[in-house]
Ligand binder design. Structure first.
Ligand code: DHB
Ligand code: FE
Length: 282
């Protein structure tokens, strides 16, 4: 049977990609963010995942306002990092894990999650960047694990609740554990933490809420934040801070006690509060 080796949640600010490309990890501006990763790299080298299931939010590249699935899952052979307006990224396509995709789809639909099934799906910075951060490679970068993308709508109202995302994540975790393959699966959540990129509250951050949220994810019951509606979460952490629901989904794939492998939190990266937090089963 497959096993979940752990969960990693991290911010996905596009400027991180440029910093990576320029090798600025030790630069004084960037090092407070990148310094959160070496302990996670050491841990990943020990637990050796074969597959990453990635909860992320598409930012208008694959899905736009005309068609916006609340929950979508990839079932493709590969995923291309499309051009988000900065020029086509030179990242090679990410290999899909079609067998796991279809196992998840069958399990989720069977458990009342009406997923949009995407046999063709472009992925954006929210999927690609965290994998680049987690799996550094010498030379031209290529993703060393197969992947399954799961996208959660955070750009067109109404949004799924944190409570519903927790249930989705738990069901994805149950599905992974029931997969009849001897594979080691890492679950990733990307986005956040508090930030708002536009409007009157552009630049809004909330260190206190972010800290409380990260603290809550270490608990055996990680669902403190599910007491809040999406509107309340946006009030606290800004419109784009709602991306923290990816962290909720990913963390709920793990059940039972967890060990915090590492945590990092830094303000500002771009105009966001950037966080990284990794968990292993205790
Ligand atoms: C930016 C974009 C994001 O998707 C995000 O989560 C944070 C920042 C940006 O464009 O700076
Ligand atoms: Fe984002």
């Amino acid at each position: 049977m497959a096993q979940i080796v752990g969960c990693v949640n991290t911010s996905h600010v596009p400027a991180i990609g440029k910093a990576l490309a320029l090798g600025l990890q030790d630069d004084p501006y960037w090092s407070p963010f990148f310094s959160g990763f070496p302990p996670i790299h050491e841990w990943l080298a020990e637990v050796k995942p074969d597959v990453a299931v990635v909860f992320y939010n598409d930012h208008g590249l694959n899905f736009f306002l005309d068609k916006m699935p609340t929950f979508a899952i990839g079932a493709a052979q590969q995923y291309v990092n499309g051009d988000e307006g900065f020029g086509a990224p030179d990242t090679p396509p990410f290999a899909g894990d079609e067998a796991l995709s279809w196992h998840l789809i069958n399990h989720l639909v069977d458990h009342d999650f009406d997923m949009t099934i995407c046999q063709d799906m472009m992925i954006d910075h929210a999927f690609a960047l965290p994998l680049k951060l987690l799996f550094p490679r010498e030379g031209k970068w290529a993703c060393p694990v197969t992947t399954v993308p799961i996208s959660i709508n955070t750009i067109l109202y109404p949004f799924p609740s944190a409570r519903r995302c927790a249930a989705l994540g738990k069901t994805v975790g149950d599905a992974i554990r029931s997969w009849d393959e001897d594979k080691r699966v890492l679950v990733v959540g990307t986005g956040g933490l508090s930030h708002q990129l536009e409007g009157e509250r552009a630049g809004h951050l909330n260190r206190e809420f972010d800290t409380r949220f990260m603290d809550s994810l270490v608990m055996e019951d990680p669902n403190w934040v599910t007491q809040y509606s999406s509107e309340d979460i946006i009030e606290e952490v800004g419109t784009a801070g709602l991306e923290l629901i990816m962290w909720v989904a990913a963390r709920n794939a793990l059940q039972g006690p967890v060990r915090e492998v590492n945590r990092n939190y830094h303000i500002p990266i771009s105009n966001t509060a950037a966080g990284t937090q990794a968990f292993a089963p205790a």
